[in-house]
Design a protein around this ligand. Sequence first.
Ligand code: DX5
Ligand code: ZN
Length: 215
Amino acid sequence: MKLVAPSILAANFNNLEEDIKMINESGADFVHCDVMDGVFVPNISFGIPVIQAVNAIAVKPLDVHLMIVHPEKYIEDYFQAGASIITVHYEACTHLHRVVQQIKNLGIRASVCLNPHTPVSLLDDIISDLDMVLLMSVNPGFGGQKFIENTCRKALALKEMILKRNLSVLIEVDGGVNLEVGKKLFDSGVDVLVAGSFIFGSENPSETITKLKQL
Ligand code: DX5
Ligand code: ZN
């Protein structure tokens, strides 16, 4: 599958409505929303009220990436705010299986994210419960960073794990994605490209989304 999820972390917060409407009318598949708490990652972005506001305008599913400690405390709130997919970090969940079930019991898609140093083999006993795996291709916390090349190797290993088990888990990659990187990722079995600065920093964001989808 070749899907694209623009990350609104790079959108214009002075006029978020305009950027969400651009996404609505574009070929984008999800709206990627980066929630940062200043504890799990060294940056603070936005939380529940902003997701609610985005949800009031967005027509595409909200793909909510929780870069926070104790995500289990807020799953219900992000669901109520409009999340269709909730991603929690492997590194932030002591009881990952419980958190995944918590998300699935709400009837939405559950996804687990791995930081660049976390091996995909650690998903062996949870992969069959997941709808998506998010591979970080930068250290989470900031947009506009350089893509870490090792992510392609991780995507290939994860794809093999998914195919061997005959599962239909999506692979999403987040960080430093542009056309060159996007091509390599799709060739490595990735299904969903997240892109922030590459889309919103381009002259024609909607056209950039189409170019990524057509890779
Ligand atoms: C980073 C975030 C990303 C970020 C990607 O912690 O999870 O979603 O917005 O930004 P770019 O595409 O600019 O690397
Ligand atoms: Zn993200």
